[in-house]
Design a protein. Structure first.
Lengths: 110, 113
């Protein structure tokens, strides 16, 4: 079946440093979604990428979808303590259900 | 709109007991999902439904059952609880599948001892 791998599993940064998490799929994806889960909370949708090579920005967050539609990344510029949480990518092919990666836990020290 | 609601928030079960986790959404979404989340393991799909009366297995369905009699409700039944079912359970819904964002409920933290 489809597998979605995410690295790193965990990252601890100082406030103001940048952060990147990477997502790789074993198959070509129709689209990829990113979710954020705060500690003790539930996953919340951030964004969806659909086109090959697509880049989207949300304030300090930059999302990219690879040319082959098999990988994606989330980059946070100048992290803040409010960025703490686990970031999940989730992909699907066609009309299948989403397959989630295991997530990257981000800890930001002030 | 309340979105997706789940009850209970917490539950402790003894081995062999049964229970039903409740999930309700008020967004008129056709698609509903049940996931379990174990530490460091991401979200694994247990069951999903594409509409009232239609359900299908996900990646980890063993030990669980679901029903979908209405658009709003999608209960998850645990029969003969086992310690391996200790987890956080999330219900989610979406207007369709694939390229549609999922809305998650607050979760149920279940411990089986």
């Amino acid at each position: 079946g489809q597998q979605v791998m995410q690295i790193p599993q965990y990252q601890h940064v100082q406030e103001g440093e940048d952060f990147t998490t990477y997502c790789n799929s074993s198959t070509t994806l129709s689209n990829i979604q990113w979710y954020k889960q705060r500690p003790g909370g539930h996953p919340v949708f951030l964004i969806q990428l659909v086109k090959s090579g697509e880049v989207k920005k949300q304030k300090r967050l930059t999302f990219q979808f690879g040319e082959a539609k098999k990988n994606s990344s989330l980059h946070i510029t100048a992290t803040q303590t409010t960025d703490v949480g686990t970031y999940f990518c989730a992909g699907n092919s066609g009309y299948s259900t989403l397959t989630f990666g295991k997530g990257t836990m981000l800890l930001v020290s002030p | 709109n309340a979105g997706v609601t789940q009850t209970p928030k917490f539950r402790i079960l003894k081995i062999g007991q049964s229970m039903t986790l409740q999930c309700t959404q008020d967004m008129n979404h056709n698609y509903m999902y049940w996931y379990r989340q174990d530490p460091g393991m991401g979200l694994k799909l247990i069951y999903y439904s594409v509409g009232a009366g239609i359900t299908d297995k996900g990646e980890v369905p063993n030990g669980y059952n679901v029903s979908r009699s209405t658009t709003e409700d999608f209960p998850l039944r645990l029969e003969l609880a086992a310690p391996s079912q200790t987890s956080v359970y999330f219900c989610a819904s979406s207007s369709s599948t694939g390229s549609y964002e999922q809305y998650f409920g607050p979760g149920t933290r279940l411990t089986v001892t």
